[in-house]
Ligand binder design. Structure first.
Ligand SMILES: Nc1nc2c(ncn2[C@@H]2O[C@H](COP(=O)(O)OP(=O)(O)OP(=O)(O)O)[C@@H](O)[C@H]2O)c(=O)[nH]1
Ligand SMILES: [Zn+2]
Length: 392
């Protein structure tokens, strides 16, 4: 195999090469941007506020993780009235009325008396017990950086419901004394693309599989960020003219537990089987659980589906888009593996379009449909009706 080196490959031999460009070095601005955003997501997950550098700067705290300490630190940095930023479908549900179309985010007024963790969680999460001591009202203005604030919560795989306030004039100094993270809004919005472009191969091993003994796994990771993706190579796909490729988004419930709610398990094993029959193929096992919303949110989406919503509306009710995946990750991995022309095993036309948009030649789509099992029938029908999945 002769992989194409990517921008952040470490210097050969692991030594610093003084003549090499600065990419991957400690001062590489791309690496610093990834680091800043990744640290901010980790802080939000632990219920710690972060500063979002925008005009104006905002202090943020995710509603899902806000506790007494985080709320206290939030107030120490806030220099103006607090708001709760929500995605439009969730805001409409909380306000009990439609919101203007094409709205990226809405802001609700939030007096300090309502800084209560249970109240905040109930505003954020339609599956939580609803604790609504006051009727929520719209704030007079939604800050320009609200979409970046919600994007940061989503990168943390938390519900996109964010307590926000304009930062006090001395917020940067106070943030430094509390060791809080500060992150530019532009870095947050650029993060998914920067992360995908920065992936490097970090490990590789033979892993013979049941039915596909000639299999290898190659692991990819971006520097200074947490997410890892895997490529499962059957045979020598890089030597094939146009190998069979599958982009398989992680599904803990279907792939590992054999859940009958979806078709992921049969698709995963069926893809490996077909690749073994052909003698070669690549299955990219992408860390995009729940179409990019994460396992916890997928479980919430399932709870909403049990109350009658379909898979698209359940995502939206939680504040997420129907499909939050970024397939640039897959294009970057394929390039590193030396696969530029392929046949794509999928029913999803968006995957074909996304790879083509990244410059990958998809010679054709190969159908990958499995019969409904009596429980996933409605889910499969919804994928066909609302995502345009092709079943032939
Ligand atoms: N949010 C959400 N995600 C789901 C649900 N059911 C399955 N998933 C996720 O959907 C993804 C399925 O991914 P894929 O099988 O790669 O993609 P696909 O869009 O179905 O397209 P195909 O290539 O035709 O299979 C996995 O990440 C699952 O965890 C659901 O009801 N809600
Ligand atoms: Zn699944």
């Amino acid at each position: 195999m002769n992989p194409t080196p990517l921008r952040h490959d470490p210097p050969a031999g692991g030594a610093e090469d003084p003549a090499a460009p600065a990419t991957g070095s400690p001062a590489d601005p791309d690496v610093l941007r990834l680091r800043g955003v990744h640290r901010a997501t980790a802080d939000l997950r632990r219920g710690t506020p972060v500063l979002l550098e925008a005009a104006p700067d905002l202090v943020l705290l995710t509603a899902e993780t806000a506790g007494a300490r985080g709320l206290g630190e939030f107030q120490a940095l806030a220099g103006g009235p607090a708001m709760l930023l929500l995605a439009p479908v969730r805001a409409a549900a909380v306000l009990h009325r439609p919101v203007p179309p094409n709205t990226a985010a809405l802001a609700l007024r939030l007096p300090e008396a309502l800084f209560d963790p249970a109240f905040l969680r109930s505003l954020a999460d339609p599956t939580a017990e609803q604790v609504l001591p006051a009727e929520p009202v719209l704030a007079p203005e939604c800050p320009a950086a609200a979409p970046a604030a919600l994007a940061l919560a989503k990168l943390a795989r938390l519900l996109p419901a964010v307590l926000a306030a304009p930062a006090a004039p001395d917020a940067a100094a106070r943030a430094a004394s509390l060791r809080l993270q500060s992150v530019p809004a532009a870095d947050v919005l650029a993060y998914p693309v920067a992360l995908a472009a920065a992936l490097v191969r970090v490990a590789e091993a033979q892993v013979p599989l049941d039915g596909a003994p000639d299999a290898r796994i190659v692991a990819f990771r971006a520097p200074d960020a947490g997410v890892e993706h895997l490529a499962i190579l059957v045979g020598r796909p890089e030597e094939a003219e146009a190998p069979l490729v599958r982009l398989h988004s992680e599904c803990f419930t279907g792939d590992l537990l054999g859940s009958l709610r979806c078709d992921c398990g049969p698709q995963l094993r069926g893809a490996i089987r077909r690749m073994a029959e052909e003698g070669a193929g690549v299955l990219l096992y992408l860390a995009q659980e729940g179409r990019g919303i994460g396992l916890v949110n997928k479980l919430r989406a399932y709870a909403l589906q049990d109350r009658g919503l379909d898979t698209v509306d359940a995502n939206r009710a939680l504040g997420w888009g129907a499909d939050e995946r970024n397939f640039l990750v897959a294009a970057t991995m394929l390039e590193a593996l030396g696969v530029r022309r392929l046949r794509l095993l999928t029913n999803n036309p968006d995957k074909v379009a996304a790879l083509a948009a990244c410059g990958v030649t998809v010679l054709r789509r190969e159908s990958h449909a499995f019969a409904p099992n009596g429980i996933n029938d409605h889910y499969l029908a919804t994928k066909a009706e609302r995502f345009g999945h092709l079943l032939e």
